[in-house]
Design a binder for this molecule. Sequence first.
Ligand SMILES: Nc1ncnc2c1ncn2[C@@H]1O[C@H](COP(=O)(O)OP(=O)(O)OP(=O)(O)O)[C@@H](O)[C@H]1O
Ligand SMILES: [Mg+2]
Length: 597
Amino acid sequence: MRGGFRRRMMSGEEEDFELSQLDRRALRLIWQYVRPYLSTLIAATGAMFLVTLTTLVAPYLTKVAIDDFILPGDLLGLNWILAALLLCYGVNWLASYWQTYLSRLMGETIVSDIRVDLYSHLQKLPIDFFKRQQTGDVMARVTHDVNALADLVTSGFVHLLNDLFTLVGIAAIMLALNWRLALITFTTIPLIVIVMRLLGSRMRQAYHDVRQRLAELNADVEESISGIRVVQALNREAINTGKFSRLSWQNLKANLRAVSVFALLFPTMTFSRVLGEALVVGYGGWGVVQGTISLGVVMAFLGYVRRFFAPLADLSQVYNTLQSAGASLDRIIEYLSIEPSISEPDDPQIPADGFSGEINIEGVTFAYEETPVIKDLNLHIPAGEVFALVGPTGAGKTTVVNLLARLYDTDEGSVRIDGIDVTQLAFDDLRSVISVVPQDVFLFDASIRENIRYGCPTATDEEVEEAARRVHAHDFISSLPDGYDTQVGEGGDRLSGGQRQLVSFARAILADPKILVLDEATSSVDAYTEMLIRRAMNELMRDRTALLIAHRFSTLKRAGRIGVMQSGRLQEVGTHDELMKSSELYRKLVQKQNVVA
Ligand SMILES: Nc1ncnc2c1ncn2[C@@H]1O[C@H](COP(=O)(O)OP(=O)(O)OP(=O)(O)O)[C@@H](O)[C@H]1O
Ligand SMILES: [Mg+2]
């Protein structure tokens, strides 16, 4: 299944959606969401029946008024008919209100349910998924596609029923009143159906293009904004604007195509209706003169013809709605059916005498895609040891961290903490026993306080501050104008690289984990921050097991043992002095890093 998903994602093109694709899965999904609101749906459908009924009755009342009361001159009876007509329109008005209100209420609630479920599902998906998917596409599905679905569940269903009943009802009444006149009027239907189909398919194509172009525009804006530093540093503003204006022009053209088709739609509808009316007036008028048709019937027919074309046009719109909603539903289901690859064990285990922080990696092999990135890795770190991993870039150091924190599962071998396989640990236990300071710190666009608290939402302000003090971040934080309430900006942009690291240290230490993993950033920071970070690290590692992915010599010096990694293999393990003697690679790495030592 994942292979299929991958292929479809990679192809990147939106397949044309056919109604037949609204398969059982899709219907089951919709049903699952509609079921809680069944009573609302029934009430909306009831209101819809009232609307249809009153719509159908009104022209017939007109016929009765003309034939039975106006022409014979019965004014008292006419009053009764007028009262009935008023009542009829009154009920129609009320029922219309309830039909629209209830169906939209139901639809919007369902859509909100789907959106939340989709979001919650996305959060559990494998990290790989997000690396492969364009952010813009994911966003489009949670917002645009879910909204497109709204049309289907709000008005689509009720409209469809309404239109069908109205059409069938009108046709039946017309046939009953005068079947000859009815059949003659119906001759205009093929015309309108053909026109609607022709325009409809053009319009779909045009809207499809518009959406495609809009997606491209969005992607372009998103990319250039997130890369704005590079854009300005490389002086690409003019080139980018040129590219954007080309995209915008294509979007305009696609829109204009859609508009030109759309503009044809209403005049064509009106024309067909007038044609129908002309037939009624012509043939019916002739019948009235001949005495074969009553004037009331002709008037009623005029009323029905007018009411006939609206649902006809509407039906083809509903078809459009179904199509676009179907395509969106397909895109949503595609995401919903990706299983989270990392799942919590049904029967989680905890060590008998609590966690102590011992790490055991045995025979681990792992590949992100096809080529193994970690090959037969064995590593034992007893509780309380400070162990450092070094190795050239791409050696697989961060991958070891990913496996330890169970962002990915191993292909072979096991990763155990205090003797328990990480796949057997409850997520809560795993997250509280290990804290990872990642290589590229990510801060959320919120206050410093909230960022530190991110992993422990229940921590008090005092605990947050205490954590910051321990990693020596308190001084710089309190020197900011807003202190702990300073908003850090998107991705933490308003803080320096070193400050971001200190905040992430505080975040890591707040949970007071037994195991601390520090994936050191490769970028260097100024000497003062470097000093702060060094002091913070002492605190970070106190009384716990620490795995340091070291890029700086100063970090290496803290480690008891050091492991040298290359191309996914642990080549050698020893103390600094031992490795200086025995490992050529280690000597090279240390020499290179001497700059920051
Ligand atoms: N999500 C991913 N999908 C596919 N390949 C990946 C992914 N992440 C990393 N890799 C590959 O795995 C290998 C090991 O990457 P890793 O990030 O573990 O290296 P590293 O030792 O941490 O390097 P650095 O010192 O630069 O941080 C690299 O060849 C990299 O291209
Ligand atoms: Mg790395």
